[in-house]
Each structure stands twice: as C-alpha cells, then as structure tokens.
Design a protein around this ligand. Structure first.
Ligand SMILES: Nc1ncnc2c1ncn2[C@@H]1O[C@H](COP(=O)(O)OP(=O)(O)OP(=O)(O)O)[C@@H](O)[C@H]1O
Ligand SMILES: O=C(O)c1ccc[n+]([C@@H]2O[C@H](COP(=O)([O-])O)[C@@H](O)[C@H]2O)c1
Length: 203
C-alpha cells in the first residue's frame, strides 16, 4: 500500500427490502457521504428470523428489486450472501462472509434506529461489533426510542441524523393492497416490478 492509499471503507445495508423504498436509499446515501465510503453493499435477507410471523416475499423478488433500485448509483451494489446461505439470516454471518470477501476493508453496518434499539437480541452481538462499526440512522417515529446505552459499545456506534422520510415497507405493501399509488415512495422501477409480479395484492 502506498502512502496515499487508505483502507477501503464499505457500508453494509442489510434489510428485508420487501419492497426497498426511498427511506433505505436516502439512509445509505447519507452514510456513504458522511463516512466517505467507497461502496455501500445492500444485502437482502434470506430468512429474516425476527419476521417469521409475517408473509415475506420470495428472496429473488426482493433481491431483484434491490438491484433495480440501486443500479443507477455507481457507489451502490447488491450482495447475495444472505439469500444464498440456507437457514435463518444472522448479521454475524453476513459480516463474516463479507470480511472473508474483503479482508482488508473496514465495514460499516447501516441500520435504522429501530433496528439498533433491538440489536442486543441479535445473535453473537459482541463479535458483530468486532467485525464492523454500526451506524444508526434516525427514522420518523423512532425519536423517543431508548437505546440501551450502558450495554452497547458506543465507541463502535455512530448515530446519524438523516433527512426524515416517513416511509416503511409495511406502508408500501398496504398501499398496493388497497390499490393506492406508491409512486415517489419507491423508485419508479419498483412500482413497475411490483405490478409486473403482482406483489402485495393480498396483504
Ligand atoms: N424510512 C427509513 N429511514 C431510515 N431507515 C430506515 C427506513 N426504513 C427502513 N429503515 C432501516 O432499513 C433497514 C431495513 O429495513 P426493512 O427492510 O425492514 O424496511 P422497513 O420499512 O422497516 O420494513 P417493514 O415495514 O416491513 O418492517 C432497517 O435497519 C430499518 O431500520
Ligand atoms: O443477527 C440477527 O440476529 C438479526 C436480527 C434481526 C435483524 N437483523 C438484520 O438487521 C437488518 C434489518 O432487518 P429487518 O428485519 O428490519 O429488515 C437485516 O440485515 C437483518 O438480517 C439481524
């Protein structure tokens, strides 16, 4: 490595992305700019074990929507590591896989504040914080969320205020089911993909 080269910095944006929406994309873009990340890798979940009570769309549909939504941004890419791994999806496995693929990179795992507030329920939390820094983005409705600050390694966590977009995948699915538009909540290609694949009609 020459003197001017620096360690590659990779953002990792995990999510069920059912569907991906502009809240996800703005959060990833803000974290990319704030930490000057070389790339943000979107990682759609395979089987999100904390959402097993829900009817989650097929992984390939969620993967393709993530590809469509991120294709125009040269700093965004999509990984299949979680959807190709059998069994429930744990972030510790995501981070182990990406660390093996990019051994010299510094990883920044991007979450919404709601997900961060639940992080102590995730598998192997201590090792997770060794493999990546965590970035918790504000999200409308999460202002009063209390993080278990005394139990979290705050030197490995950054809380970042991002432009507030009150969008959720739940709301997008409900709008499609009711026949309401999702234009401008999700990228145009996602509106079209949902219609083409007839997703969320009975949700
Ligand atoms: N509007 C938003 N602003 C900031 N972060 C968000 C927003 N929506 C989702 N996130 C974050 O993106 C990650 C992936 O979210 P996920 O795919 O579960 O979307 P969601 O909108 O929360 O879905 P659902 O409504 O189905 O639970 C999570 O860390 C979540 O906190
Ligand atoms: O590792 C865990 O135990 C764990 C538990 C819940 C959520 N996660 C991860 O958090 C990210 C957002 O999840 P979700 O379900 O809100 O879309 C996604 O990458 C999940 O794999 C991870």
């Amino acid at each position: 490595m020459t003197a001017v080269e620096r360690v590659r910095r990779l953002g990792v944006m995990g999510g069920t992305f059912d569907p991906i929406h502009h809240g996800h994309l703005v959060a990833a873009s803000e974290v990319q700019a704030y930490f000057d990340l070389d790339e943000v890798i979107f990682v759609p979940t395979g089987q999100p074990w904390q959402k097993l009570d829900r009817d989650v769309s097929a992984a390939e549909d969620r993967y393709l929507m993530t590809v469509i939504a991120t294709a125009s941004n040269p700093r965004f890419s999509v990984s299949r590591v979680d959807i190709d791994r059998p069994g429930p999806t744990y972030t510790i496995d995501t981070l182990r896989d990406l660390s093996a693929l990019y051994p010299d990179a510094e990883l920044f795992f991007i979450t919404g504040a709601d997900a961060l507030a639940q992080i102590l329920t995730w598998r192997d939390v201590d090792e997770m914080f060794k493999l990546a820094q965590f970035v918790g983005c504000t999200r409308p409705g999460t202002e009063s969320l209390e993080l278990p600050l005394d139990k979290l390694p705050m030197d490995r966590i950054t809380l970042l205020e991002v432009p507030a977009l009150a969008i959720s995948s739940t709301q997008c699915r409900a709008r499609v089911a009711k026949g309401n538009p999702t234009w401008y909540l999700v990228p145009d290609g996602i509106v079209q993909y949902i219609a083409k694949r007839e997703l969320y009609i009975n949700r």
